[in-house]
Write a new protein. Structure first.
Length: 53
């Protein structure tokens, strides 16, 4: 089995690799968005705690 045969997966390679790509993208978004929201939450909480001058 050559690398080209493996990547083409019997003619279904485009669909297989696209599904892997979409899955990876969704997993990445599921990691990045909560981190960004956490940073935003703590920034707002810290701003509320600071006394206004």
């Amino acid at each position: 089995m050559s690398l080209d045969e493996f990547l083409s997966m019997g003619g279904y390679g485009f669909y297989v690799w696209t599904s892997y790509g979409v899955t990876f993208l969704v997993l990445l978004v599921n990691i990045i968005i909560p981190i960004a929201q956490r940073k935003q939450f703590f920034a707002k909480a810290l701003k509320k705690q600071r006394p206004s001058l």
